[in-house]
Design a protein around this ligand. Structure first.
Ligand SMILES: Nc1ncnc2c1ncn2[C@@H]1O[C@H](COP(=O)(O)OP(=O)(O)OP(=O)(O)O)[C@@H](O)[C@H]1O
Ligand SMILES: [Mg+2]
Length: 394
């Protein structure tokens, strides 16, 4: 076991032999009193405490983060260190692993094997950047370490092959049929992989429903933390089928800042609410543009409208992404900006929004009624030595 010295020194805590005996039970009680800074729940009911090990006056705490890039790691370590030192420890070390909790669904919407959280990316309006947002959120989540899938549910105008640099129709002759292809750490599937480039497709409503069903259920996804679904515009058959066919953990609604786009985004929010799909919030895309020659900020479609709409609709505002030539070029060339220019302001915006989405998905999954056990009063049996190095979240 490698000890990382967090705190210690003379007078740093009550010492063994100084009237307080440090045991797994006392440490457990100390940990139990600490709440996760994000959900304000104890770590046991959130299934974040994996084990505690006491070795003399040193304590090792194994924790499980509910999403990659867990933002409150430092704050929680500080709170735990204080509590465990107050219980008599001199040294406290932490080991972290990650286990993304699953959105369970219900009887009508049973979970897809191996897929933990389905996240729809939608808007009623065309061309506001749904596919761009879905692509870059997926790449950002994967870059943090998550297992990510992406479904192109736009049967009539699939754009994800282009955005991922995968030639249209390239699976048409494959004996395996349609299957996910991994790019930039994301397992992508699109009917565009079967359809030759530029070929118009005419689908009837029921066919779209059946295609969506197959893309979700008949594909070997493997273990997936987040399956993003890029929906076509409108209250379409695809959106309806999605909501009927799968347990959607949450929807990310994309809008540009101008009034007409916001009206359509609001309709998408209402649609999801009617379908009983939780809405994670709204993203404002194309929020502003920096002119390359003068560096002046221009708000082509206005700015802040999506934040106001989110307030009106009483849902969260997830963040804003600038209009940037590099985003458009990246989409056309199959080079998602998050993967190729991670320091570009648009890429950092996508990355921050992805972190918010991961946090919200974890919160929804952990707080959904049936799966959160009541806090257990009894301490766990003393933990054996850690079996191996846990996956780091940093
Ligand atoms: N932030 C941005 N900066 C620059 N260009 C962008 C940005 N977001 C999207 N685009 C560009 O705008 C166009 C439309 O984006 P996209 O295809 O993602 O929209 P969509 O909502 O999925 O469209 P559709 O309704 O047809 O599915 C694309 O050319 C894309 O590259
Ligand atoms: Mg699209």
């Amino acid at each position: 076991m490698v000890w990382r010295r967090i705190s210690g020194g003379r007078g740093g805590g009550r010492r063994k032999g100084g009237g307080v005996t440090l045991t797994n039970e006392t440490v457990y009680d100390a940990v139990r009193a600490v709440r996760d800074p994000e959900l304000q729940r104890d770590l046991i009911s959130l299934r974040m405490l994996a084990a505690t090990t006491v070795d003399g006056d040193s304590v090792s705490v194994e924790l499980t983060a509910p999403y990659y890039g867990y933002a409150s790691r430092k704050q929680l370590e500080e709170q735990l260190t204080e509590a465990i030192r107050a219980a008599g420890a001199r040294e406290v070390a932490f080991e972290w692993s990650v286990s993304v909790p699953a959105w369970e669904g219900d009887d009508q919407h049973p979970a897809i094997g191996g897929v933990k959280n389905i996240i729809a990316v939608a808007s009623n309006k065309g061309g506001v950047g749904k596919s761009t947002v879905a692509t870059n959120l997926a790449v950002a989540l994967a870059a943090e370490g998550a297992s990510v899938g992406l479904v192109d549910a736009d049967a009539t105008g699939p754009n994800l092959p282009t955005m991922f640099g995968l030639p249209a129709g390239f699976q048409a002759q494959s004996e395996q049929g349609l299957h996910p292809v991994e790019r930039h750490g994301v397992r992508v599937i699109s009917l565009g992989f079967l359809l030759p480039a530029g070929a118009p497709v005419v689908w009837r409503g029921p066919m779209i429903g059946s295609a969506i069903r197959q893309l979700l259920h008949d594909v070997e996804w493997g273990d997936i933390d987040y399956l993003l679904v890029d929906l076509p515009p409108g209250t379409s058959d695809a959106s309806m089928s999605m909501a009927q066919e799968a347990p959607i953990a949450g929807a990310v609604v994309v809008s540009t800042p101008q009034q007409v786009a916001l009206e359509d985004a609001s309709k998408a929010v209402t649609m999801f609410e009617k379908l009983n799909v939780p809405v994670f919030g709204i993203v404002e895309n194309m929020s502003w543009f920096i002119t390359p020659d003068t560096g002046q900020r221009v708000e082509i479609f206005g700015h802040g409208g999506a934040r106001d709409a989110a307030d009106d609709l009483e849902i969260d505002f997830l963040g804003e992404v600038p209009l940037a030539t590099e985003v458009r070029a990246g989409g056309d060339e199959g080079r998602p900006i998050v993967a190729f220019e991670p320091d570009n302001p648009a890429a950092t915006a996508f990355t921050e929004i992805a972190a918010t989405v991961a946090r919200k998905a974890a919160a929804s999954a952990l707080l959904q009624a049936p799966t959160v056990p009541a806090p257990t009063p009894a301490p766990p049996a003393p933990a054996p030595a850690a079996p191996g190095k846990p996956k780091s979240i940093i």
